[in-house]
Design a protein around this ligand. Structure first.
Ligand code: PLP
Length: 391
């Protein structure tokens, strides 16, 4: 089955939908059994999609989990109340006191904070590594290194990692390989074919697609699914059926939305390349992005999220650029249908294994589903304000 067909078809088995098109919202804590035998059966099969108790999920959850697991290419998907919860849930399911973690230097900021604050306090040490380290990752592996965590492309600065090489070396040392795969979504890369053991999605972004739900997923291969599922269950992780319903609904249009986000973003990025104010574009589909060759090798397509670096600028001129936009709104997150703009300062403080030159300001854009010509006009006016403030 091709991806477009999978997006439409997966998770719509009649055992979950009862024949309607969208799996209905089953809100539940208690599930009632008529006999002791029924109760025993449900208890025995509570991890295999039998209704047992609300925290283990309902058909609304099972349908969505089945769809994501198959799209990502794993055997099972655990659900979490946010992407960040999926990241902490996966890490805490495989790390214990005395273990060592290798974390990519360009990780999503809250992931980094989790390592430096919570995991550190639990006696789990983190070493950050250069996203472009490749085979040299071997030099950082210690006898107690248990997990290699990747995020590709990296948050904000967009470095694309050599996932197959990193996974291969980690597996030579019996490590678990985890990937924050949010940028690719479940359709634009094949994490398990590249050696990843656990693929994580902030479903909050493109899967939900409408900026109105927080949700996370972690999908595991057969070797790691039981441990991920049971430890996440022990941590009490569960999600509302209403939120999962909206994510299921968002999933059905993921393919067409992603294709349009990509097309719009490429048009805007190509226009930005021609701007005299722009130093370079950090978009994986452009040669100026670190790891561009890995993007070409490992991804099917790009999307609406990328950054660009200005030749110069300061707080005043960047503020003039990002404020008073007509179509781009200022705000965190991305993956909805709307365009967003962020002037990002202090990246150097979030990098410890690599150097970031903060004298050149970085702007991150999420290109939505508006007509890109309107977005380009908006950005052209932004550059006028920038140049005026720059003096
Ligand atoms: C947003 C984001 C997350 C966290 O997801 P939330 O649902 O906001 O907790 C994790 N990783 C990446 C790459 C993200 O962009």
């Amino acid at each position: 089955m091709k991806k477009e067909t999978q997006i439409v078809s997966l998770g719509r088995d009649k055992k979950w939908t009862k024949g309607v098109i969208n799996p209905p919202v089953f809100r539940a804590s208690t599930v009632i059994f008529d006999t002791m035998e029924e109760m025993r059966f449900a208890t025995k099969n509570r991890a295999n999609g039998e209704m047992f108790y609300g925290r283990r999920g309902t058909p609304t959850h099972f349908a969505f989990q089945a769809a994501i697991a198959e799209l990502e290419g794993g055997v099972g998907t655990a659900l979490y109340p946010s992407g960040s919860a999926a990241i902490s849930g996966a890490l805490l399911s495989f790390l214990k006191a005395g273990d060592h973690l290798l974390m990519v230097d360009s990780a999503y900021e809250p992931t980094r904070d989790l390592c430096d604050k919570l995991l550190k306090g639990f006696g789990i040490d983190t070493t950050y590594y250069d996203p472009m380290i490749g085979a040299d990752i071997a030099t950082l592996i210690q006898p107690n290194t248990k997990v290699l965590f990747l995020e590709s492309p990296g948050s904000i600065t967009m470095e694309v990692q050599d996932v197959p090489t990193l996974s291969r070396i980690a597996h030579q040392h019996n490590m678990v390989v985890m990937l924050d795969n949010t940028w690719a979504s479940p359709i634009n890369s094949r994490p398990f074919d590249m050696g990843v053991d656990i693929s994580i999605q902030a479903a909050t972004k493109y899967i939900v697609g409408h900026s109105d739900v927080m949700l996370g997923t972690a999908t595991a291969n057969s070797l790691h699914w039981d441990q991920l599922r049971e430890n996440s269950y022990l941590m009490g992780q569960c999600t509302s059926a209403d939120d999962v319903y909206l994510a299921s609904r968002g999933l059905r249009t993921l393919g067409v939305r992603m294709a349009q986000h990509e097309q719009n973003a490429l048009k805007v990025a190509n226009w930005l390349v021609s701007r005299p104010e722009v130093d370079h574009i950090r978009h994986p589909a452009f040669a100026s992005c670190p790891g561009h060759a890995f993007f070409k090798r490992d991804f099917n397509a790009s999307n609406g999220l990328f950054s660009f670096v200005l030749k110069q600028g300061n707080l005043k001129s960047v503020t003039a650029l990002v404020e008073n936009m007509e179509h781009f709104k200022m705000g965190f997150s991305w993956g909805g249908y709307e365009s967003l703009i962020l002037g990002v300062f202090g990246i150097d403080k979030l990098r410890t294994a690599t150097h970031w030159d903060s004298s050149k300001p970085l702007i991150r854009l999420h290109i939505g589903l508006e007509n890109p010509d309107d977005l380009i006009d908006d950005l052209a006016r932004a550059f006028e304000r920038f140049n005026q403030a720059q003096g």
